[in-house]
Every structure is written in C-alpha cells, then in structure tokens.
Design a protein around this ligand. Structure first.
Ligand code: G3H
Length: 249
C-alpha cells in the first residue's frame, strides 16, 4: 500500500517573533509538492498565528497540545473547538515530554485523542515510545502496546491518525535509533494494529519516527518499509528541516 509521507516539525517551547519570522522565510524557499507529502509545523501556541501568516500555505500548522475539556472555565487551556475555529487541522497527543513533565498518563492521552477526533476536521499525531530502561529490559513492545491500547477505543476514523514512534532515549540526545531499531518497532506496531483493529488499518496508518532526526540520518531511516516520515524536534528549528522534508519525498 502506498502511504503519503508525513513530516512534522515540533518547535516545542522555542522561538521569538524574530526567529520564527526568519525561519518561516527560509522555509518559504522550499519547493516540495504538497500533493506528495504532508508537512506540518507545530509552533508554540502563542506563535501559531505568526507561523500561519509567515509560512507558505502548503505547510500545515498544528498545535503541540490541547485541552482534554471543551470550552468553559478552564484557565490556561486551549480547546479543540478553538483549534478548529482557528483553521488548524493537526494536534499532537501523548508527546513524551507531556507524559514525563506534565503527568499525562495513558488515560489522559486517550481523553485527548478522543476529544480531538470528536472534531471532524482535526487529525491527531499520537506519540508513543519507550524509556531506555524499558528497552534494556526488553519491554519496548509492551510499553508501546499499552500506550496504543489505551487509545484504541477512542479511534474509529484512522484516516485522521498518524502514529509517531519516538523512543524517549533518542529525543534531543543525538542518539538516533538505528534504521533497524526503528523498523522493528514500526513493524511491530503494524502487527499490533492488525491483531487489535484490522489489516486495512495496519497497512494504511502512517507511522513516523522521531528522536534526533537530522538531515544526515533521515535519508537512511526513510528507506525502512514501515517508516512513513518523521516528527522532528531540534532540526526543525533550522533550514536543515527542508532536507529532511526532501528525504521524505
Ligand atoms: O517531537 C519531536 C521529538 O521529540 C524529537 O525531538 O528531534 O529534538 O530529538 P528531537
């Protein structure tokens, strides 16, 4: 099955009005065809408007997080209704930094996946991945399975789901997973989905890799048959990101 490549740039909590304006200017020089690849930038929420204004329209803009509640008296939150109303289409859920630093359990992540997918125009990037201690204990698949399993009852439209496999030990460390390590987990995720959902979903869902992806390693990683693109952190804050997009084409 041919799956459209997907590349996301997660800017995390970085950037100023000036740096984002400059970076978007650099990104405007790229020549990718948006019919051949989905490219999504996830700026800090405060900078979403600026990014939308400065980026070419072929870049999608998404948010790194959303509220698990609808509109109402929830100070500091951003609801899915607001995200949709603003014209954004993509939201990350379950990023390891949300799990690790903000107490987002598998259950909270599932609630967010649920509320995102309740909005028909929104798509979710569900992030999963093991810590180093899990890998060393041969528990990578168990951890990923549990993270996915919690969300399965909330997902009926798989066309609006991208799964990001991001081993925590590879995030921001410069220790990228080898192509074989990434492929092994991506292949396992497809087998898990085949068993728990169905073969069609297992074949069509896009599974992207994240964790120290850069312009030098992306070309080899993308050759793996079950790897459909990347969720990029640090390198998405540089013009190298354009080379990573090109590797996905
Ligand atoms: O969301 C992106 C991932 O956390 C990867 O970040 O590319 O800086 O390792 P990184």
């Amino acid at each position: 099955m041919v799956r459209t490549p997907w590349v996301g740039g997660n800017w995390k909590c970085n950037g100023t009005v000036g740096s984002i304006t400059d970076l978007c200017g650099e990104f405007g020089k790229t020549g990718f065809d948006p019919k051949s690849i989905d490219v999504v930038i996830f700026p800090p929420a405060l900078h979403a408007s600026l990014a939308r204004e400065k980026l070419p329209s072929k870049f999608h803009v998404g948010l790194q997080n959303c509220s698990k509640t609808h509109n109402g008296a929830f100070t500091g939150e951003i609801s899915v209704e607001m995200i949709k109303d603003f014209g954004l289409r993509w939201v990350l859920a379950g990023h390891s930094e949300r799990r690790q630093y903000y107490g987002e359990t598998d259950e909270v992540v599932a609630e967010k996946v649920d509320i995102i997918l309740q909005e028909k125009d929104l798509s979710v990037v569900l992030c999963v991945g093991e810590h180093l201690k899990d890998r060393e204990a041969n528990k990578t698949n168990d951890v990923v399975d549990a993270q996915l399993e919690a969300c399965l009852p909330k997902i009926s439209d798989w066309d609006r789901v991208v799964i990001a496999y991001e081993p925590v030990w590879a995030i921001g460390t410069g220790k990228v997973a080898t192509p074989a390590q990434a492929q092994e987990v991506h292949e396992h995720i497809r087998a898990f989905l085949k068993a728990k959902v169905n073969e069609d979903v297992a074949n069509k869902v896009r599974i992207v890799y994240g964790g120290s992806v850069n312009a030098a390693n992306s070309t080899e990683l993308i050759l793996q048959p079950d790897l459909d693109g990347f969720l990029v952190g640090g390198a998405s804050l540089k013009k190298d990101f354009l080379e990573i997009i090109a590797s996905g084409l």
